[in-house]
Write a protein that binds this ligand. Structure first.
Ligand SMILES: Cc1cc2nc3c(=O)[nH]c(=O)nc-3n(C[C@H](O)[C@H](O)[C@H](O)COP(=O)(O)OP(=O)(O)OC[C@H]3O[C@@H](n4cnc5c(N)ncnc54)[C@H](O)[C@@H]3O)c2cc1C
Length: 229
């Protein structure tokens, strides 16, 4: 899997501060008729109080490759992102790459299964004159894809709450870890807010996962039990 930061919002009229957070600071300062600060005090206050719409003025575009169509199915459930995805109609999937989620002997078995799927795809196209868009029906969820995704800062935070959770599916969690590290290179303040939901409020961490809790932080019910004692 590879994640590249392609572009991000930057202010046009700036004396050097290219941090995208300065745009949200400008937007937030309009709300209170106040002077924007170079410490992003206003936007940090907005984030802390839940006035998160100011963060929607900043967006980041990533090129993501070597991920599975299964990951795409999960990513595309988020309704505030913009996606451009490699077509399985215009691009032939002959000898497709795939993501193998297994190790050792299990990985070998999986590799054989992928070879069968590639062969079935070839048979449909060569012997049954199937078009790419119909032959793709036999392609597996593991089949690799390539995409561009644009996500605003608010969604980056909220999606991280779900997708950086220890219990999130491994591949999308890895992708979000890479996205976070790319964001950190240009906007460390935003990257610091990209945490699993249990750490959304760093002073009072708790797990909202119920019985699926990984044990990293106590469940809310357990905290209340302690308080009630
Ligand atoms: C661990 C895990 C397991 C999952 N399992 C399943 C599963 O088994 N089956 C399944 O179908 N999905 C599953 N999902 C996907 C999940 O249901 C969501 O579709 C996905 O996480 C996108 O998040 P979202 O809907 O909160 O928000 P987004 O689409 O990212 O939107 C962000 C926020 O905007 C608001 N919003 C967006 N659209 C609306 C709207 N129409 N009305 C009101 N508010 C809106 C909500 O506050 C929402 O939280 C799973 C997700 C996770 C993280």
């Amino acid at each position: 899997m590879e994640v590249k930061l392609i572009s991000y919002s930057q202010p046009v009229n700036s004396d050097g501060d290219k941090n995208p957070l300065s745009i949200a600071e400008l937007a937030a300062s309009v709300c209170y008729d106040s002077e924007p600060t170079d410490t992003y005090r206003i936007v940090k206050g907005c984030k802390a109080t839940g006035h998160r719409s100011v963060l929607e003025h900043i967006s980041f575009t990533f090129e993501v490759s070597g991920v599975s169509r299964a990951l795409l199915a999960q990513l595309s459930r988020h309704r505030h992102i913009s996606l451009s995805v490699q077509s399985q109609r215009y691009v032939s999937m002959d000898n497709f790459d795939y993501v193998n989620p297994f190790n050792g002997e299990d990985a070998d078995v999986f590799n054989n299964m992928m070879a069968d799927a590639a062969n079935n795809y070839r048979i449909l196209k060569e012997y049954h004159n199937a078009a790419n868009e119909n032959a793709r029906a036999v392609l597996p969820n593991a089949c690799c894809t390539k995409l561009y995704v644009t996500i605003n800062a608010r969604s980056l935070i909220e999606m991280s709450h779900l997708r950086l959770c220890t219990r999130a599916q491994g591949e999308i969690r890895s992708m979000f870890q890479l996205i976070k590290s790319q964001v950190a290179t240009v906007c460390p303040e935003l990257a610091a807010w990209m945490v699993p939901s249990c750490e959304a409020n760093p002073k009072y961490p708790f797990c909202p996962e119920g019985n699926r809790c990984c044990g990293r932080h106590p469940k809310l019910a357990d905290i209340y039990k302690t308080v009630e004692k």
